[in-house]
Structures are given as C-alpha cells and as structure tokens.
Design a protein around this ligand. Structure first.
Ligand code: SF4
Ligand code: SF4
Length: 100
C-alpha cells in the first residue's frame, strides 16, 4: 500500500472475507486478552472502531489504562474486530482467520 486507505465499505468487505465461521452451533462471542495495548498504557481503540454492532466499550481502569469490554448481548461474532488488533488480543470462539 502507498498510504491510501480503502473506503470503509471495502475495508469491511476485505476483513469479513478473512473471517470464516467454522462453527455455528453456539453464538460466538469476542474475547479480549490482557495483552491488549489499552491495558498497557497505549491508546488503540481499533477494535472499537471496527465494530459495527457497537459491542465494544473501553472501561477506564485509572492511571490512563483501559479495559476493552465486549457486550455479549450486542456481539454478533462477526469477527471484524479480530484482524484489526495489532497484537492479536481478540479471539472469537468458533471463528478462524485465513492466514494467506
Ligand atoms: S465479533 Fe463483531 S460484533 Fe463482536 S465485538 Fe467483534 S466486531 Fe463487534
Ligand atoms: S485492537 Fe487490540 S490492542 Fe487495540 S484496543 Fe482492541 S484489543 Fe486492545
């Protein structure tokens, strides 16, 4: 890439194309690991921006740290938040990402 950004609709289509649901037996829910940058003092919020369902919120922990919280009643398990995380802190049960 040369600094260009994809239109929002194209970016979402690309990200959705990388997410392949492998199990539809239960409602998949995103989970965030403690390796999240926001818990280590680095501002990020990329997953929050990527979530169309507005299921992601940041809860202040004090001292400039935040915890990413997933609202289970809003999360659709779409996986859009997974590939945008720069430190691979998000998983969605039953969802695998293409590696190619
Ligand atoms: S899986 Fe989809 S709905 Fe759930 S938190 Fe991630 S982006 Fe939002
Ligand atoms: S994208 Fe990853 S590092 Fe950034 S706020 Fe979300 S979980 Fe944390």
């Amino acid at each position: 890439m040369t600094g260009q950004t994809l239109p929002s609709s194209s970016r979402r289509a690309f990200l959705l194309g990388r997410a392949q649901s492998v199990s539809a037996s239960t409602q998949p829910i995103a989970r965030v690991a403690a390796s999240c940058l926001e818990e280590r003092g680095t501002s990020c919020r990329l997953c929050e921006d990527a979530c169309d369902a507005q299921a992601i919120r940041l809860r202040p922990l004090g001292r400039g740290l935040n915890r990413v919280v997933i609202a289970n009643d809003r999360c659709t398990g779409c996986g859009l938040c997974v590939p945008v995380c720069p430190v691979n802190s998000i998983r969605v049960d039953g969802l695998e990402m293409e590696t190619a």
